[in-house]
Design a protein around this ligand. Sequence first.
Ligand SMILES: [Zn+2]
Length: 425
Amino acid sequence: MRDLETMNDLPKPQTLGLKPSFGFGDRLGLATPGHILAAKRGNMIPVFAQQSVREMERTGRTPKDVMMAAQKSLKKAGWTQSWGADADHLKTQQDVIDLALAGFTFFTIDPSDYVTNQADWLTGMDLQDAVEAVINAGAFESIDQIEQLYFNQTVELSDQLAISCDEREELFRAVVKYGKAVDYAAQMTTWIKSQVEDFELEISVDETDTPTSVWEHLFIALELKRRGVEVVSLAPRFVGEVEKGIDYKGDLQHFEETLHQHVAVAQHCGPYKISVHSGSDKFSIYPILGRVCRELLHVKTAGTSYLEALRVLARQHPDAFLEILKYSISRFETDRATYHISAQVENLADPIFLNVEKREEKYLDQDDGRQVLHVAFGSVLTKGRMPNDQLFNEVIMETLEQHADLYEQFLEAHLGRHIELLSAG
Ligand SMILES: [Zn+2]
């Protein structure tokens, strides 16, 4: 009974609406105090509980663990302003039920299992057959309907930008690539509605094989609308490389041009926010994002807070940091599988031959090292052990609890810089 009372006493997340917002994923459950300090550096509404189902599986945490860790810290810090809780990358009905039960209010639907990436290479009869298959799956009534909706229909996105699809192949490819995915997203929305009264929705198509073109974005948005699905944000896949844990790679001018187009679609079809996944450490594009998206911006970060936790170990418990490095390197080829990264283990110096400072620099400040640590977090937190058999997880938790001030300081500096640059744009 007492447990229930304290739970009711904890601060509850709210929906954020169309205000700029920033997601602070916390894989360890100890980062919220530092995230609070970082959030105070700008005016983006913080999402203090945010974890994908995949991350929860990898860290052995439940939705309730994630929620409670944030809530307890918020209560302790006396946080009274609004904050959000993002059930990230939901793929199944069970995901929806689990996260709804834990009190999440922001639902990120990931229909990527229904995205057909091969559509980009289909032609002729193969493409025609694939369109028929999408119709048979119930996403459309007929080819006639598809053509009436989209073929040669000009959409005026803004004074400067009008889009129309006047090539059948282009239209059919979008239908094949995203038709079933949008239909599934609509299905997931009904599941969420049956579980939660007050919620907001994001649709993420950031993990597709190729960047989302402006026409594809428009197609997805109009198809969502046709099904009555209202989103607060949408995550496209951007041009260039948006990899985990490191800065953006690509042509900044091209990024800005295409971002203008995405924002125009979001304004026209919503308005809703443009959501940037793997949004940590993208320092070179933050001013552009802030300037072009203005209010219509959501950014998600997660693994970078884990890397700052390892920085505390690098300083305060260098032996453990070395063991975690060796273990993460040994796990790399397996653990990298589901992540969008380009790190090469061959580029890395063996940590045994580096002194303490160099080890931190190579593995926490340089790209290859950061990504190697970034993808191994699940193995490190659930399986890895010190030579004396103690779990890394225990060592990390103990060290962070002993040096809570330092962890807060690192998080405030690192994520505070994110927020300042985004706000400055
Ligand atoms: Zn994502």
